[in-house]
Design a protein around this ligand. Structure first.
Ligand code: VG1
Ligand code: CO
Length: 543
């Protein structure tokens, strides 16, 4: 086996964002680009010697080619063993589990998650560490430095590995073990949930539609829901991963999963609707006639988790990203457990989970998960919902309205302004930042600002500080607006505006969401001078 050192130039670096490195697929395909990032990662983790790695992706265009490159580079960098999902398929949570199960050094997950796939769309690479979670900032900083200084990468010149057969082969001394992507993940799910109770639920006539959005969760949902739990054949739709996700956005929200939403709001609606994203870490939950916001879903899951075997002993604590609504704070308070508010992105939950401070985590962007892995987990959330529905024997709508009657309701919506010129987006944020301290006490568009600041996170476990994590403005009367820039876009900048309005148990809990948010929205648009700063106030996506 001959190791080649190939010269490459530093890449126009981008600090890995909320979730790894994302770029247009053609950028990743340019000679040396992917190689640079992979070599930089090996350099940052101190080489590949004596290490086991997990590799897999969401099946999008370039997935298999990228895996072949990574395998050849892993062999050249001295890696001992690589475990790869069959056909290159591994969902993000399944990869996280395999890292932990095999005591691996980490893993490469090839995905741009909810971003569209195809030669003219997006590709991405995430590196997860020993605990199975996204690389912490200390490591992504090292990788970023390495990408800027790199001059060559190591690769071996061998034939491609067969990814289709479940066998172990060798590249020089490095073994490549191809595994069924679903098997160990399903075994883990069986330890968490009452599969018999869920089977009983389906036997009793419960119906469901799971939209895999032509993305990675298809094989997992088909095997588990239809295969093991007895859901009717056809419960999983769009269940075969496609390289371009059928030209859709594999983003499980009311906009991109509109077909499912329409079904759930119609007379033909099954009891439960669910969807998952490109790499299987997000989930959308819809009951018959009722969309459950991800923030509410987190709160309902936390309040009812004890009904599933794995969480019967109660939760250690709950963590949510800062823009996520306060619904789960109320649950934590009632349960008398800790509530942690972290910056956006799953990496910040890892330390809290490792330290045993929290059991359940979630984000407003449809990510929910627990201490069973170190990633958010779309199908896990769906199974927990099913377990709760099987025990409570009520509909989704009854469970959610009962939750609001107990805790009050946090009306919630997110506005995304996409592909804004980066300078304009940055200018809006710095202008807000500059005025932030003076905002308290001001009344704008009829609402008074109770407090305003820029979120900065002091990690209670390792003491690291993450600054500039979004501007938050709280209003008197339970309203809040948050502004932050996305870290996962691949074109210009994406500005996210998160709106929330609390109504207590005695308030009107049945309003239309955008009506309930109107005052907060008007105040947020006025305070940010949105029209002047970016030339528009109508978002591209409302979720
Ligand atoms: C978005 C979401 C964030 C999520 C991240 C990765 O990040 O807002 O909550 O953790 O995507 O999710 P941003 O920086 O664009 O707002 V995934 O499913 O795309 O890995
Ligand atoms: Co994802």
């Amino acid at each position: 086996m001959k190791i080649k050192s190939v010269s490459c130039s530093p890449i126009e670096g981008q600090l890995p964002g909320t979730s790894g490195l994302r770029k247009k697929t053609r950028v990743f395909m340019a000679p040396g680009y992917l190689e640079n990032f992979i070599q930089a990662t090996f350099d940052a983790i101190g080489g590949g010697q004596d290490k086991t790695l997990i590799v897999g992706g969401d099946g999008r265009f370039f997935n298999r080619d990228a895996i072949q490159t990574i395998l050849k580079m892993a062999a050249a960098n001295g890696v001992t063993k690589v475990i790869v999902g069959q056909d290159g398929i591994l969902s993000t949570p399944a990869a996280s589990h395999l890292i932990r199960l095999n005591n691996a050094e980490g893993g490469f997950i090839l995905s741009a998650s909810h971003n569209p796939g195809g030669i003219d769309e997006d590709f991405g690479v995430k590196f997860n560490g020993q605990n199975g979670g996204p690389a912490p900032e200390s490591l992504t900083d090292l990788i970023f430095e390495a990408t800027k200084n790199i001059t060559q990468y190591q690769i071996v010149d061998v034939d491609d590995v067969d990814l289709a057969s479940i066998v172990t082969s060798y590249i020089g001394g490095m073994s490549v073990q191809i595994v069924d992507p679903v098997e160990s993940y399903e075994t883990l799910m069986q330890t968490l949930f009452d599969f018999d109770a869920i089977r009983g639920l389906f036997e009793s006539g419960f119906t469901m539609c799971f939209d895999a959005m032509h993305a990675v969760t298809g094989p997992y949902a088909t095997a588990i829901l239809e295969g093991s739990l007895g859901a009717a054949p056809g419960t999983v739709v769009n269940g075969t991963p496609l390289e371009d996700f059928g030209k859709g956005h594999p983003d499980p929200n009311p906009i991109w999963a509109k077909t499912l939403m329409d079904l759930m709001m119609s007379d033909a609606a099954p009891d439960l609707g669910a969807a998952s994203d490109g790499d299987g870490d997000r989930n959308m939950i819809v009951g018959r006639g009722i969309y459950v916001t991800p923030s509410d879903s987190l709160a309902v899951l936390a309040a009812n988790a004890h009904l599933a075997p794995a969480y019967a002993g109660g939760l250690a604590g709950i963590a949510r990203s800062m823009p996520t609504s306060a619904a789960s704070d109320r649950v934590a308070q009632k349960l008398g457990i800790g509530l942690y508010e972290t910056p956006t992105g799953w990496k910040f939950f890892g330390n809290l989970l490792d330290a045993g401070k929290v059991t359940i985590c979630g984000e407003e962007s449809a990510g929910t998960g627990s201490d069973h892995v170190r990633e958010k987990d779309g199908l896990w959330a769906v199974l927990l919902w099913l377990n709760i529905l099987a025990v409570r024997k009520q509909s989704v709508s009854e469970i959610v309205t009962d939750h609001w009657a107990t805790y009050g309701r946090d009306y919630y919506s997110r506005f995304d302004y996409e592909a804004i010129a980066t300078e304009k987006a940055n200018a809006l944020m710095s202008d807000l930042r500059a005025r932030i301290t003076g905002l308290s006490g001001q009344t704008v568009a009829g609402l008074t600002v109770a407090s305003a600041d820029e979120f900065s996170y002091d990690d209670p476990v390792d003491g690291s500080v993450s600054e500039n994590q979004g501007v938050r403005i709280a209003f008197t009367g339970g309203g809040r607006a948050v502004f932050r820039l996305s870290g996962t876009g691949t074109q210009g900048a994406t500005l996210r505006l998160y709106l929330e309005q609390y109504a207590d148990q005695t308030g009107d809990l049945t309003r239309a969401t955008q009506d309930a948010l109107q005052k907060v929205r008007d105040a947020a648009l006025a305070i940010s001078k949105m029209q002047d700063m970016i030339g528009r106030t109508t978002p591209d996506v409302i979720s």
